[in-house]
Design a protein around this ligand. Structure first.
Ligand code: C2O
Length: 550
């Protein structure tokens, strides 16, 4: 293993999409941002220098950060933001992980333009547990706003309404030809008779996305940097924060057409969303004369599941199982020490006097919560408060996050009359090596909606899921404790529930939140505090000298 150095200069760059040129926040002037490639066991040092007026932090989404909690990155959770003119070195080692992850900004809505692939290769002496690909490519899905994304969410929080939806979805930063005035299209150029590994990354802010390539079947082999039992699918669904590696086997001979690849949302919630479609082109390229070929061939367009096809989504997510081979066993906690029940969903908060709000019934503000608690960010990072005071109540957070819902009701039945959420900065404290189970129940208070939930610092096993209300006496018996999929982001199904398990073997403060940025901004988040263990290597080390101050 080696140490890999990257320098990320955060700077403005002019980018044109949909005939609209604007100055955006980038890493090294690139959009999407640069790719990081590292091997399992390598140490990564990323020096981030902030040259823009905005505060920023970066997060290494899905990296376990074992013993390196100061490098995780969510603003006001593990660190204060890197201010203009300041720098910070993210310093961590890739332990026991290989596959596709990504990095993104974790401050306000900056991840709309600050994101890029984070590729974890296996160690030199390991191969993939599937056919060796001829080539590997990253395909990032994103969202483009003609407006400034930070201003979009600031205005929504001010008025209490839903934020303006994006103007386009993108594939590797490009909306593609189905949008008006879209000049550039991502082209995936392939040769016949080969196997390609596509590293799919959903970096969109607010949408789960279906992805498909016309007339080609994809073989899923890995998700969230964990190997799965391979399965075939024409369409892939990715929640924001999810990554999926698929094998694409190209046709044996040159076809007489090119093929669209499409990305479009899956959405069941209320309110407006962008139901447009990003498109790229899969093109079989003959050496030396590709131009005549491209312009003359017809393009075949695939079909996608309907926008609200929850049946497809449930079937698709049930296909994910851990590879669970002798080399890559699924280490599911067979017994648990702590059992939590968290609701996730939307709600409302009061409209300030003398203001008109644009939330539900035009008289409230949208809010979102877990167990009816909408989480407010503290003014000093929680990890600093935790490390230096060692006890909670001196600081601006409390340790009384409710471990069961405060207001039980028939979640997927008639919504309650009172949709108001509580506000606070509440955490759950657990001892080192606690075996945790969390049942997540979608509340359907303001329309049933799927919530892609992300846990920092851990992978978890998805041991069960279903529709309707979780049934305490019958559902646990059906849990899969043998080969459940291991992930860092999973959607709590629209109108349903989900059960996860993880071993809390990583001391620090770890955010858990909906990866739809609008719900995150509305407070659908909470934090776990995992205490130090007894041995020296079970303790959170002191903060690095350059840790930004608030
Ligand atoms: Cu991908 Cu808390 O984020």
């Amino acid at each position: 293993s080696i140490t890999r150095h990257y320098k990320f200069d955060i700077k403005l760059a002019n980018v044109t999409r949909l005939c609209h040129t604007k100055s955006i926040v980038t890493v090294n002037g690139k959009f999407p941002g640069p790719r990081i490639v590292v091997r399992e066991g390598d140490k990564l040092l990323v020096k981030v220098v902030n040259h823009v007026p905005n505060n920023i932090t970066l997060h290494w989404h899905g990296v376990r950060q074992l013993g390196s909690g100061w490098s995780d990155g969510p603003s006001y959770i593990t660190q204060c933001p890197i201010k203009t003119g300041q720098s910070y070195v993210y310093n961590f080692t890739i332990v026991g992980q290989r596959g596709t992850l990504f990095w993104h900004a974790h401050f306000s809505w900056l991840r709309a333009t600050l994101y890029g692939p984070l590729i974890l290769l296996p160690t030199h002496n390991q191969s993939y547990p599937f056919q060796k690909p001829y080539k590997e490519l990253s395909i990032l899905f994103g969202e483009w706003w003609n407006a400034d994304p930070e201003a979009v969410i600031a205005q929504a929080l001010q008025t209490g309404g839903g934020p303006n939806v994006s103007d386009a979805y993108t594939i590797n930063g490009l909306p593609g030809p189905l949008y008006n005035c879209s000049k550039d299209t991502y082209k995936l150029k392939v040769k016949p008779g080969k196997t390609y590994l596509l590293r799919l990354i959903n970096a969109a802010l607010n949408d789960e996305l279906f992805f498909t390539i016309a007339n080609h079947t994809l073989i899923v082999v890995e998700t969230d940097a964990s190997y799965v039992k391979p399965f075939e699918s024409d369409t892939i669904l990715l929640g924001p924060g999810q990554t999926t590696n698929v094998l694409l086997k190209t046709k044996p001979d040159y076809p007489n057409s090119t093929f669209f690849m499409l990305a479009r949302p899956y959405f069941t919630g209320m309110g407006t969303f962008d139901n447009s479609t990003a498109a790229g082109i899969l093109e079989y390229t003959k050496p030396y004369n590709n131009h005549t070929i491209i312009t003359n061939l017809p393009i075949i367009k695939p079909s996608l599941p309907s926008i609200n096809d929850t049946n497809f989504v449930a079937n698709f997510s049930n296909k994910f199982l851990s590879l669970n081979s002798p080399k890559y066993p699924a280490n599911v906690p067979k017994t648990i020490d702590k059992n939590f029940f968290f609701t996730v969903g939307l709600g409302t908060s009061p409209c300030p006097k003398n203001q008109t709000c644009q939330g539900p019934n035009n008289s409230s503000k949208f809010a979102a919560s877990m167990n009816n608690e909408s989480f407010s960010l503290p003014s000093i990072a929680l990890l600093q408060q935790h490390y230096f005071s060692g006890q909670a109540n001196n600081g601006s957070y409390t340790t009384d996050f409710p471990v069961v819902p405060l207001r039980p009701f028939n979640y997927t039945g008639t919504p309650p009359n009172n949709t108001m959420v509580s506000n606070g900065t509440k955490t759950v404290v657990i001892p080192y090596n606690t075996r945790v189970q969390v049942v997540l129940q979608e509340t359907s208070i303001l329309g049933a909606e799927s919530h892609p939930l992300h846990l920092h610092g851990f992978n978890f096993f998805v041991v069960g899921q279903g529709f309707g209300n979780f049934n305490d006496s019958t559902d646990p018996a059906k849990f899969n404790l043998v080969d459940p999929v291991e992930r860092n982001t999973v959607a709590v199904p629209s109108g349903g529930w989900l059960a996860i398990r993880f071993l809390a073997d990583n001391p620090g403060v770890w955010l858990m939140h909906c990866h739809l940025d609008v719900h995150l901004s509305w407070g659908l988040r909470m934090a776990w505090i995992v205490k130090d263990g007894k041995l020296p290597n079970q303790k959170l080390p002191p903060p690095p000298k350059d840790l930004p101050k608030c």
